[in-house]
Design a protein around this ligand. Structure first.
Ligand SMILES: NC(=O)C1=CN([C@@H]2O[C@H](COP(=O)(O)OP(=O)(O)OC[C@H]3O[C@@H](n4cnc5c(N)ncnc54)[C@H](O)[C@@H]3O)[C@@H](O)[C@H]2O)C=CC1
Ligand SMILES: N[C@@H](CC=O)C(=O)O
Length: 360
């Protein structure tokens, strides 16, 4: 088709989010081509060990093809593959939660890739790396989009950035930043169920991180706070976040993920005690607060009236209250599903479209 634009998208991580994104792209292809002259080609998909290559793009049978034809790979082989077939408008989608994968960002950018990421790691390593990444992007004229890092598909980063860039003074951002913990405390507060049961449900439906201790330890919310702080040009580090971890001491650190899962019942007694000690009509909420004026970042478990703005949340909803010069008395509030494979994949897809609109 004349004047059409082709994006070549490599998807790293085909778990909950990555495979849902592929499904959403496959469904949207005819409409994108007809209405926007946009062709999305997915020539490579990978998990942590294997990759499936097809220069013409994967088809609807990709899962079967992956099982049959995938091979062990190195990142250099993917770069060599896209060069061999002279693929243009390259986009690497990071749908992993991997620290190791982030080491590939700079080589990928230097080899012509834009990056779109659901993985929060790159934005929460040292400030030095944060800057180095942005300098490389600028030098190579490439983009890095990561709206799904905070609030999954909700437009948090874009809103905060636009307010900041237009000169708005933001004083505070407060809310329930974790969709999985929102779900867990909603279910746990309103039903007579053991904590371990709702934790396992949240993991099964894909709300938690691949290792749910990332959520329960407060690391995931701390990362989101840090990402927002850095959008506001605060030179904070992850160690600056004061975190109240929900993981019992004996399950922290040295246990493997498998051991942790088999011992999840150890959450039950302490959380039942916390629940029983609450005032009637209160619910548990895991809140994050970035206080720009005081330069503090804090993550903690609180008891909230169930009718308060934070207490009334349902399901896996997150809420972000942004207090600024123009939104002092009545904060700008963004609320909605804060986790889940569908909303997160849709957020990645929106970033793909945003990137595509910026390319010639
Ligand atoms: N599930 C959710 O609601 C949300 C998830 N995210 C982020 O999306 C990312 C993916 O989450 P899920 O799909 O739920 O995880 P998942 O565990 O279902 O899938 C992760 C995938 O990454 C692959 N992987 C791991 N290390 C890799 C490496 N070094 N190279 C290539 N692939 C590698 C795994 O093999 C797997 O296919 C995470 O960073 C998470 O924080 C962000 C917002 C919401
Ligand atoms: N595990 C995260 C998923 C989105 O980032 C959460 O629970 O919010």
């Amino acid at each position: 088709m004349s004047n059409s634009k082709t994006l070549n998208i490599i998807i790293f991580g085909i778990g909950n989010v990555g495979s849902t994104l592929i499904h959403q792209i496959n469904l949207a292809k005819p409409k994108l081509q007809a209405q926007q002259n946009l062709i999305i080609n997915i020539p490579v998909v990978t998990n942590s060990k294997l990759a499936f290559f097809n220069e013409f793009g994967i088809s609807n049978t990709w899962e079967c093809d992956f099982d049959t034809f995938s091979v062990p790979y190195k990142i250099e082989e993917i770069i060599a593959f896209v060069n061999k077939y002279d693929l243009k408008n390259l986009v690497a989608i990071d749908a992993t939660a991997s620290k190791d994968f982030v080491e590939n960002y700079i080589p990928l950018i230097q080899n012509g890739f834009h990056i779109i990421s659901a993985n929060k790691v790159a934005n929460t390593l040292s400030y030095e790396f944060y800057n180095q990444l942005r300098l490389t992007l600028k030098k190579c004229n490439k983009s890095f989009l990561y709206e799904t890092n905070v609030g999954a598909g909700l437009p948090i980063i874009e809103t905060v950035k636009r307010l900041y860039d237009s000169g708005e003074q933001i004083q505070k951002i407060r809310g329930v930043f974790s969709g999985s913990l929102s779900y867990i405390f909603n279910e746990f507060s309103s039903n007579d169920v053991p904590f371990s049961k709702v934790l396992n449900q949240a993991t099964t439906i894909g709300l938690t991180e691949p290792d749910a201790r990332e959520d329960l330890s407060g690391n995931d919310v701390a990362r989101k706070l840090l990402i927002l702080a850095r959008e506001l040009n605060l030179k904070a580090e992850i160690n600056d976040v004061s975190i109240e971890s929900l993981v019992p001491k004996q399950l922290n650190g040295k246990t493997t993920l498998h051991q942790f899962k088999t011992r999840s019942k150890e959450f039950d007694a302490p959380f039942l005690e916390i629940k029983n000690k609450q005032k009637k009509g209160d619910v548990l909420r895991y809140v994050g607060e970035l206080n720009v004026e005081k330069n503090t970042l804090e993550v903690k478990l609180v008891s909230e009236d169930k009718n308060s703005s934070i207490g009334q949340l349902k399901g896996a909803n997150s809420v972000f209250e942004i207090y600024s010069d123009s939104y002092q008395e009545s904060p700008l509030v963004i609320q909605g599903a804060g986790a889940g494979k569908d909303v997160t994949a849709r957020g990645l897809f929106s970033d793909i479209i945003k990137l595509s609109n910026s390319l010639n």
